[in-house]
Design a protein around this ligand. Structure first.
Ligand code: PRX
Length: 677
């Protein structure tokens, strides 16, 4: 076996489920679906590429209509709808006012049960976004192309801040609220933001958590990195009252609610920006330690988010749609904020955790708000199934459509979702996609194809996947043979580049199977998703997991290298290795192996320090299941740590042939330490 083949890949330890039966959508669902015409796949065939995407672009209002659908002159940085100008905040708010100003754009559900849901109408949203945009422009000097970092929880002020940036043509970079101040600071620095927008506190699991302290840490990290932060804008969870302990820094920190008094009734004309101007950055984990800023466009992104929301999510203007993700991830950007709002829908925004105060909370909210489209991740479904398998039956709601996203869903969990949550009536879509892709890649179109538990389904219209083997040969379509899944063609939702690092973008996503690096023809540049997959004879894809050093925890990506570098902050640690271990609820979680510098003894104290370092560098989301202190790591003769072997040990699997290692004897020692004698 070559060293290359010895490297760990999550796909190698993926669970292989058996083929499942089909579940057809109900006739009631089909009768009302936005897309019930099978001809859509012909319209979006490669023969009609790229012009087919005009259908999505025409869901938007353009200040100037575009002249070129796809410009490939800077391949593989694709430009969509070139020549066009538009404004995202106009498309998500202003254009709905004439007919629907009194309709709820968002329905905000605070976590404390005693705080009632708040409907924010399109008119309210218009007023609040205008006022905040005026503040950003006139008080902070934010203008088109500037970056603004937003580190906020799930409150309406988060999308208000994003839409205010979009109104000015500024680029927002939202950092997931659960990330640490350090993680936020690194993103502030990388994006070159001199304005940071935060919230003082928020509720989670019944507690009002301080959040402002993270801003102080973020500013420190950014400043140490050479990035000045001029202004920290602090929204208050209770306007007029400060719910954090950390002092406000004079001349730097400002309460938004105080400043807004000067902007009451102010209006800001939406700035029409070129379609290919960036709308936002979304940082995600990759194969190296530093998270990368995926740069998403304005026109292509919004068109794709709107098109997929309409046809895959089946959102109609009269629906009450609830995506129970966090806006701090791409799912929330595309499918809580931009897609639903572009379509003029009502989107539910929930502050808290779905098990607070009890495992029926999600279904109670669904009943209370009459939600009919529900969207969540397998990890949440597993959690709700475990915590309250009979809870859904106690509430009177009716879902017509449900989504699962972010990780493979086990057929048994899928069935509970279908039978108990959806009462056997709702159509389910299993949507496979990524931060980089802006919107869905594979999923059934809910009225057109039957569901199959455990499979994401065929590609969505206009997406043409291809599976390659390690040597670049195409795996026979429909052969159920696993390989590296790529997308043959560009699509409007695809990210444009990595912020400030085009080389890394090309190398990581396009180099692997590129036929000719000089080529300007998109056919030569398949997009490497980084996932392993196989395609069944019926054309459905089953996603097996990552082929790189990324762990998918509860549907969120964490780089093993990021966690390893956090471990190395601990003085006693000499080497660290992080591998995915299967977890009943979260799918995968990190297991940490560390070896110590000479002269240090293992003990609980070091484990505690390692955990604290990870919490501090990344956030609690990256907490390992176990921290093992080992005498040495299994290594190849060239000194590479064999993560595959550690992963096999963590998952109680066969370690395979280890005779070629430099130190084969260590494998059994580590195994005993982890699994016992
Ligand atoms: O491995 C795939 C997995 O999540 C990765 C993307 O993670 P992220 O960029 O954080 O975006 C998550 C939300 C879109 C993918 O490379 N993944 C995502 N959706 C699915 C999935 N794995 C299996 N089935 C899915 N439906």
């Amino acid at each position: 076996m070559s060293e290359k083949n010895l490297e760990v890949s999550e796909a190698q330890i993926a669970v292989h489920w058996q083929e499942e039966e089909y579940f057809p959508p109900s006739t009631e669902f089909i009768a009302q679906a936005n897309m019930a015409d099978a001809g859509v796949f012909d319209r979006f065939s490669l023969d009609n590429f790229p012009n087919c995407f005009k259908e999505y672009a025409d869901l938007l209002d353009w200040d100037e209509y575009w002249h070129t659908t796809l410009d490939t002159s800077d391949a593989p940085c694709w430009k969509w709808f070139v020549g066009g100008k538009l404004n995202v905040s106009y498309n998500c708010i202003d254009r709905h006012l004439e007919k629907n100003q009194n309709k709820a754009a968002f329905i905000y559900v605070p976590e404390p049960v005693e705080e009632p849901p708040v409907a924010i109408t399109y008119r309210d949203l218009y007023n609040r976004v205008n006022e905040f945009a005026a503040l950003l422009r006139d008080f902070c000097g934010v203008k088109q192309g500037d970056r603004v970092t937003i580190h906020m929880p799930m409150v309406p002020e988060l999308p208000i801040t994003m839409l205010a940036c979009a109104r000015l043509g500024a680029i927002h970079s939202v950092v997931f609220g659960g990330f640490s101040g350090k993680a936020s600071g690194e993103r502030v620095s990388d994006s070159g933001s001199n304005v940071l927008v935060v919230m003082d506190a928020y509720y989670r699991g019944g507690k009002l958590l301080e959040h402002k302290d993270k801003a102080d840490q973020a500013v420190k990290v950014a400043t140490d990195d050479g990035q000045e932060v001029d202004k920290v804008l602090v929204w208050q969870r209770y306007p007029g009252k400060y719910s954090a302990e950390t002092p406000m820094v004079e001349g730097r920190d400002y309460f938004v609610n105080d400043l807004l008094k000067d902007y009451t009734g102010k209006r800001v004309d939406p700035v029409p920006v070129p379609a290919e101007d960036p709308l936002f950055l979304m940082y995600t984990s990759g194969t190296t330690g530093r998270p990368k800023g995926c740069q998403h466009s304005t026109g292509g992104y919004l068109a794709y988010a709107a098109g997929t929301s309409k046809y895959v999510q089946d959102i109609h203007p009269e629906d009450v749609y609830w995506c129970m993700a966090d806006i701090g991830w791409i799912t929330g950007h595309s499918y809580i904020v931009y897609g639903p709002l572009a379509l003029g829908a009502s989107s539910v925004l929930f502050e808290g955790v779905p098990t607070f105060p009890d495992a029926g909370r999600a279904w109670q909210i669904a009943e209370q708000l009459n939600v009919n489209i529900f969207h969540t991740a397998p990890t949440t479904i597993r959690m709700l199934r475990k915590a309250g398998p009979d809870e859904p039956a106690k509430y009177n709601y009716k879902f017509k459509h449900m989504t699962t996203v972010g990780e493979p869903i086990e057929p048994a969990v899928w069935r509970w979702y279908y039978d108990v949550v959806g009462r056997g009536e709702a159509a389910i879509v299993d949507t496979w996609w990524q931060t980089e892709t802006g919107g869905f890649l594979c999923s059934t179109l809910p009225a057109l194809s039957p569901m199959k538990p455990g499979s994401a389904g065929p590609a969505v219209p206009g997406i043409h996947p291809i599976i390659y083997d390690e040597d670049g040969n195409e795996v026979t379509p429909g052969s159920n043979i696993a390989g590296n899944i790529c997308i043959q063609n560009p699509w409007p939702g695809a990210f444009q580049t990595i912020w400030g690092d085009r080389d890394r973008y090309v190398k990581q996503y396009y180099e692997r199977y590129c036929a000719n690096p000089e080529s300007k023809d998109w056919r030569d540049w398949p997009y490497l998703t980084g996932d392993a997959a196989m395609q069944a004879p019926d054309g459905y894809f089953r996603i097996l997991g990552r082929i790189d050093d990324v762990i998918n925890v509860s549907g969120h990506r964490l780089g093993t290298k990021e966690i390893e570098s956090a471990c190395l902050i601990v003085n006693e640690v000499a080497e660290a290795s992080v591998v995915p271990v299967n977890d009943e609820l979260k799918g995968k979680v990190p297991d940490v192996y560390v070896s110590l510098k000479p002269g240090f003894d293992s003990g609980k104290e070091i484990q505690t320090k390692v955990i604290a370092a990870i919490d501090d560098s990344i956030g609690k989301i990256a907490r390992p299941k176990n921290v093992y202190i080992v005498p040495d790591m299994p290594k190849t003769r060239s000194g590479k740590i064999m993560r595959r072997v550690l992963a096999a040990i963590s998952n109680n699997q066969d370690v395979g042939d280890v005779t070629t290692l430099a130190n084969p004897e260590i494998v059994d020692e580590v195994r005993k330490l982890v699994q016992g004698e």
